[in-house]
Design a protein around this ligand. Structure first.
Ligand code: TXA
Ligand code: MG
Length: 349
């Protein structure tokens, strides 16, 4: 397949390209596009063939449902039924933005889009290119993250091109994603409402609107026999090529442990990467040491994680040791992705 790559941003808005991209989706094709969280791989949510193509392009199992992206709150009832008032409260506060809600699906929405479930995940992104594209394509874009299944979600167009060139009709390069981690997913069909995937909109913030909100325990407890409720959370995810270990504990212990490991592994001839922070990066002597940013800036740390994992892939790093973060606020989402990237390999020191 020929893949057309176009650049669209605030300085080069390019309405002609948006129109063309919209028509590709209307005609059953696929367009990768930027959102504020990560790049998406979009097709017409009401076209079952488009959803099949998405699964194929991603190399993703088709029991893993897609998120439907809309551009107007009033379009919510075109995809969902029995919408609780909480959904409108959340939409008023967080849409457009990085929050996905699980609601009861409208029967007209094809089951291919929802992975056979009778619920649907809906989100209204804040990125303007995304909103323009959704409108140009008829209003309903089904889109997972635009990575090949198992790889870190792409936060830059170059990684979308790496994964999706030849598999999609168009890739829109809209620059770097602002948030860099996928949206928070909240299930409003369960009682009490449940967070299925932590994200930039935090548990603490959501609790202000839904005081009895809970976490899906199975996304946190790796030893749980139950699969997590968001089908996608059960797959090994965000995985760098290297074997990654997350190191948790008081900072001094973490630094000592990682430096010991660097010494042991480099004597074996392995190429070692360290995921550190602005406060600590100069204390390591590995082949590649990358800072996610300052521990005082949870947004910066979140934004850099997937980029850093991809860079280690490019550098052919064999082993990664990563510092960890306190599980609160946005760090909770970063830690969730790091634990997954490590395949649950966490050591406490
Ligand atoms: O920020 C985001 O959410 C990005 C951008 C592109 O919008 N999208 C994204 O999509 O991360 P994806 O497909 O990579 O992750 C969607 C997650 C999967 O874990 C999937 O299993 C879950 O949402 N999901 C989708 N529909 C669901 C449903 N009806 N019930 C439970 N989980 C659902
Ligand atoms: Mg994904």
């Amino acid at each position: 397949m020929n893949t057309k790559i176009v650049k669209i941003n605030k300085i080069q808005p390019n309405p002609g390209a948006i129109y063309e991209a919209g028509n590709i989706i209307k005609d059953g094709g696929l367009v990768a596009f930027p959102t504020e969280t990560v790049y998406g791989l979009g097709g017409d949510a009401f076209n079952p063939d488009s959803s099949r193509k998405i699964y194929e392009a991603k190399g993703r199992p088709s029991d893993n449902p897609l998120i439907v992206h809309i551009a107007n709150i009033t379009d919510l009832d075109a995809v969902a039924v029995d919408i609780p008032s909480t959904a409108y409260e959340l939409a008023a506060r967080f849409w457009p933005g990085p929050l996905t809600m699980i609601l009861k699906k409208r029967p007209e929405l094809p089951k291919e889009t929802t992975g056979g479930l009778d619920t649907v995940a809906v989100r209204m992104p804040v990125n303007e290119v995304a909103l323009d594209l959704i409108t140009a394509s008829g209003g309903f874009i089904a889109a997972p993250s635009a990575n090949r299944s198992g790889k870190p979600s792409p936060t830059q167009a170059q990684y979308v091109i790496e994964d999706m060139y030849g598999f999609v009709d168009m890739i829109i390069d809209g620059g770097d994603c602002d948030i860099g981690l996928e949206s928070t997913i909240i299930d409003l069909t369960s009682r009490p409402a449940m967070i299925l995937r932590p994200g930039f909109i935090t548990f603490e913030t959501l609790k202000e609107i839904i005081p009895d909100i809970v976490f899906d325990g199975n996304i946190i407890d790796a030893s749980s026999p139950e699969p997590p409720k968001a089908p996608g959370m059960k797959y090994r995810h965000y995985a760098p090529k290297a074997e990654m270990t997350l190191v948790t504990g008081p900072v001094d212990n973490v630094i000592t442990y990682i430096n010991d490991k660097i010494e042991q592994n480099s004597s074996k001839g392995l190429k070692i990467g360290v995921i550190a922070t602005d406060e600590t990066h100069y204390l390591y002597t590995a082949d590649s040491v990358k800072s996610l940013g300052s521990r005082k800036n949870e947004k910066q740390v979140a934004r850099n994680l997937f980029k850093v994992l991809r860079e280690f892939d490019d550098e052919d790093i064999d082993v990664i040791y990563a510092e960890s973060f306190e599980e609160k606020g946005v760090f909770r989402a970063t830690m969730n992705r790091m634990i997954k990237a490590s395949g649950n390999k966490e050591v406490r020191v």
